[in-house]
Design a protein around this ligand. Structure first.
Ligand code: NAP
Length: 325
C-alpha cells in the first residue's frame, strides 16, 4: 500500500454503533496512524459530532465519492449494508475490512484473525472479512492448542452478552431492566435465550457461524466441531465452555506454559473474579483434564466481544497492512 508518511486515509461506516464506538476508542488507544478520517452512519445519526484524537469529526450519511482517496475502510454495519456499500466502492483503491457476516464464507475472501492467518492477505486483496465475535476468541485459544497434537473434536457452549446483538438490543435490555417492555421485543432481561439467530434445521445461525468460520480460519475443512449458542443477560463480554478432544494424550502443564507465554492469552487462577470488558486479552480459566480421558481437556474462554471479537481484530488487520504491506 502506497501511503503518505506511513499514515492511511481511513473511513468507518457504522461509527455510531457498539462496534463502531469501540473502533474509535481503539484508533486513539493504539495511536493508529491516519491522515484523513471519515465517519458514516445512517440518516438517524448523521450530523453527530464525535471527537477522535482531539479533533472533532462530523458523522455523515454514506457518500461513495468520499472514498476516492480512502486507503482502508472499516465496516461496522449489517450484512445488507456492508454488501451494498462495499460493492459501490469496489473500483477504488480502498481495502475494506468488514465486520458483518456478508463475505466471511466466500471462498475468495480471506477471513482473518491476524495472529493466525494474516498470510492470506495479499498485496492485491481489496476485501477482508472479520470473523464472528464468538469465533475469534475460540480460535485464538485453539491455535495454541494445535501444537500439542491433532484435534479430534471440539464442543463449545457459549454464554453470549447482549452487546453482541447490537445497540438496539442493549437499549431494550436496559429498558427491560427498568421494568419497561416494548411489545414484540425478545425478553433479554433476566432470561436466557436458547438460540442466537434463526434456525437452519436444528442448528441456529450463530452455531453455524462458529463451526464454519473456525474450519475456514484454521484451514481444517473437516474439523469435527459442534456449538450450542445461548444469549445471557450480561451487558458485555462473551464466555464459552470448551471441550477439546485430541487424538493423543496431552500434558496440561505444557498447555498451561504455552498459554502463559502467548501475549494475547491470560490464564486465570481458579478463584479470581475479574473484569474482562474493556480489555484486549483473551482469558482462559478452569483449564483441566477430563476426569476419565487423558486426551480431553475442558476450559472456559472469555473476551470482550466488541474488542477481541470485532473492533480490535479489525484494527490489528489494518495495522499489519499499514506497517507491513
Ligand atoms: N456487537 C458485537 O459484539 C459484534 C461482534 C462482531 C461482529 N459484529 C457485527 O458488526 C456489525 C455492527 O454491529 P454493532 O453491534 O455495532 O451494531 P449496532 O450497534 O446496531 O450499530 C449499527 C451501526 O450501523 C449504522 N447503520 C445502520 N444503518 C445504516 C445505513 N443504512 N447506512 C450506514 N450506516 C448504517 C448505525 O448508524 P445509526 O447510528 O445511524 O443507526 C450504527 O452506526 C454487524 O454486522 C454485527 O453483526 C458485531
Amino acid at each position: 500500500m502506497n501511503l503518505q508518511n506511513k499514515k492511511a486515509n481511513i473511513a468507518l461506516v457504522g461509527a455510531t454503533g457498539l462496534v463502531g464506538v469501540e473502533f474509535l476508542k481503539l484508533l486513539e488507544e493504539r495511536d493508529f496512524p491516519f491522515n484523513m478520517l471519515y465517519l458514516f452512519s445512517s440518516q438517524k445519526s448523521a450530523g453527530l459530532k464525535l471527537k477522535v484524537k482531539g479533533k472533532i469529526y462530523t458523522v455523515r450519511e454514506f457518500d461513495k465519492n468520499l472514498f476516492q482517496n480512502i486507503d482502508i475502510a472499516f465496516f461496522a454495519t449489517s450484512a445488507e449494508e456492508s454488501k451494498k456499500y462495499i460493492s459501490l466502492i469496489k473500483d477504488f483503491k480502498t481495502v475494506s475490512i468488514d465486520n458483518s457476516s456478508a463475505f466471511r464464507l466466500k471462498r475468495d475472501i480471506p477471513l482473518i484473525v491476524p495472529e493466525i492467518n494474516f498470510e492470506n492477505v495479499k498485496k492485491t486483496t481489496k476485501l477482508i472479512a472479520n470473523p464472528n465475535c464468538s469465533t475469534i476468541q475460540l480460535v485464538l485459544v485453539l491455535k495454541s492448542l494445535l501444537q500439542f497434537g491433532q484435534i479430534d473434536s471440539i464442543n463449545v457452549s457459549t454464554y453470549q452478552a447482549i452487546s453482541g446483538a447490537g445497540r438496539d438490543a442493549l437499549s431494550t435490555f436496559f429498558e427491560q431492566a427498568k421494568g419497561k417492555n416494548k411489545k414484540g421485543s425478545p425478553i433479554f432481561y433476566n432470561n436466557l435465550i436458547q438460540h442466537i439467530g434463526s434456525f437452519k434445521g436444528e442448528w441456529c445461525e450463530e452455531e453455524n457461524k462458529i463451526i464454519n468460520e473456525t474450519r475456514k480460519i484454521l484451514n481444517k475443512k473437516d474439523l469435527k466441531i459442534s456449538a450450542t449458542t445461548v444469549r445471557v443477560p450480561v451487558v458485555n463480554s462473551h464466555t464459552e465452555v470448551v471441550n477439546v478432544e485430541f487424538k493423543n494424550n496431552v500434558s496440561l502443564a505444557k498447555i498451561k506454559s504455552v498459554i502463559n507465554k502467548t501475549p494475547y492469552l491470560i490464564l486465570l487462577p481458579e478463584t479470581d473474579p475479574i473484569s474482562v470488558s474493556g480489555t484486549n486479552l483473551v482469558f482462559v480459566s478452569r483449564l483441566r483434564k477430563d476426569k476419565f480421558r487423558d486426551n480431553v481437556i475442558h476450559f472456559i474462554v472469555t473476551a470482550d466481544n466488541l474488542r477481541i471479537g470485532a473492533a480490535l481484530n479489525g484494527i490489528k488487520i489494518a495495522e499489519r497492512i499499514v506497517y507491513e504491506k
